[in-house]
Design a protein around this ligand. Structure first.
Ligand code: UT7
Length: 329
């Protein structure tokens, strides 16, 4: 029988650096209340957002991804030629093809990159970090630039008060590469396809574009009951205990969901002083970008430091979810 070669790669992987980008335009709750029936108080109480960023009409998802990806490379001390693979997590590209990752790789200067988009909606960054880590450990990639980038304002009816107050634009990125010691725990991922209809995009909408919809309460219930146990499985898979977690960075969907997950983790043994990401307050819900953007902002603010143990968990349309423990770069 013919036997084939199979590769083996790095014994261990870690995040080598992070970076993020947000559009300049800040949109406050008061500004939104001028165009829809809502209020600053309702949004703060129900979702915890005080402001968010919207991209301009000429600012594309790929443009934001290029900036975040370049910053993550610089933070890693690497040149584009040190990376051979680019994964672009997103669910809001204007067209399915050409994929965004190949465009981002070309513009950053990663020559002949392995490049693909990964759509697991708001779980996309954690899916991508898990995939990148396993590619490097299997020898299929040397170093991987992982980006989560979204232009949700292209897909949300700007007058729909249920969604236009939540979703926003931006990009976050990280570089995954070989390491002496494991710095990325096993990914725990899955899906709840029976809830597929709870978040989606209608083929036509009042803006003439496809329009995002969600059954907010069903998703809220699912997120506040199912995600903490999934996060705890990621902790167990990494071989640590909840008390070892320095930082919790869940997808920034709703501050009440973030707080509910933190409360359940503390009940399971996480320390009261565990730092909990609240980037949604000033960034809104940026889907696949929210976790790396939060990590980058928290590091810049001195709330997390290199070597901290961070628990990441993403969840959203699909419904899809993924989580893993990482050591902060
Ligand atoms: O990122 C992907 C995953 N997504 C999520 O995890 C989102 C999960 N869901 C949520 O975060 C929340 O369900 C929402 C933030 C989407 C909505 O909050 P809610 O507390 O579940 O509100 P609701 O949809 O149950 O609406 C409650 C009331 C309704 O009025 P009535 O029927 O009680 O009179 C709504 O019409 O609030 C009204 N409402 C608003 N009022 C002022 C809905 N949106 C608004 C608004 N401003 N923007």
């Amino acid at each position: 029988m013919t036997t084939l070669n199979q590769r083996t790669g790095a014994a261990a992987t870690r995040l080598l650096g992070v970076g993020s980008y947000q559009p300049e335009r800040v949109v406050t709750n008061d500004e939104l209340s001028l165009i829809m029936d809502t209020s600053d108080q309702w949004i703060l109480d129900r979702v915890g957002i005080s402001e968010r960023r919207f991209a301009g009409p000429d600012e594309r998802l790929v443009d934001m991804a290029v900036i975040a990806g370049s910053k993550a490379l610089a933070d890693s001390g690497l040149a584009p030629s040190d990376v051979d693979t680019v994964i672009l997590a997103n669910c809001t590209m204007p067209h399915p093809i050409p994929n965004g990752a190949a465009q981002v790789a070309d513009r950053i200067g990663v020559k002949a990159a392995g490049a693909f988009d990964l759509n697991a909606a708001c779980a996309g960054f954690c899916y991508s970090v898990g995939t990148a880590s396993d590619l490097v450990r299997a020898g299929s990639a040397g170093r991987v630039l992982v980006i989560g980038a979204e232009k949700l304002t292209d897909w949300v009816d700007p007058t729909d008060r249920a969604n236009a107050i939540i979703f926003a634009d931006g990009a976050g990125a990280a570089v995954v590469g070989p390491a002496d010691e494991p710095g990325i725990g096993p990914v725990v991922w899955g899906s709840a396809g029976d809830l597929v209809d709870t978040i989606g995009m209608n083929p036509t909408g009042p803006t003439g574009n496809k329009v995002l919809y969600q059954e907010g309460q069903s998703v809220f219930r699912w997120a506040t009951t199912q995600i903490a146990p999934i996060a705890l499985r990621a902790v167990e898979a990494a071989g640590i205990t909840p008390a070892d977690i320095d930082v919790l960075i869940p997808h920034q969907a709703n501050l009440r969901i973030v707080e509910s997950i933190a409360k359940k983790l503390r009940a399971a043994g996480a320390r009261p002083e565990m730092v909990v990401a609240d980037d949604i307050v000033h960034s809104g819900n940026t889907s696949s970008a929210s976790i790396p953007m939060a990590m980058d902002h928290m590091r810049a603010a001195g709330r997390i430091k290199p070597g901290d143990v961070a628990l990441l968990v993403g969840f959203g349309a699909g419904l899809s979810y993924a989580g893993q423990v990482v050591i902060c770069p």
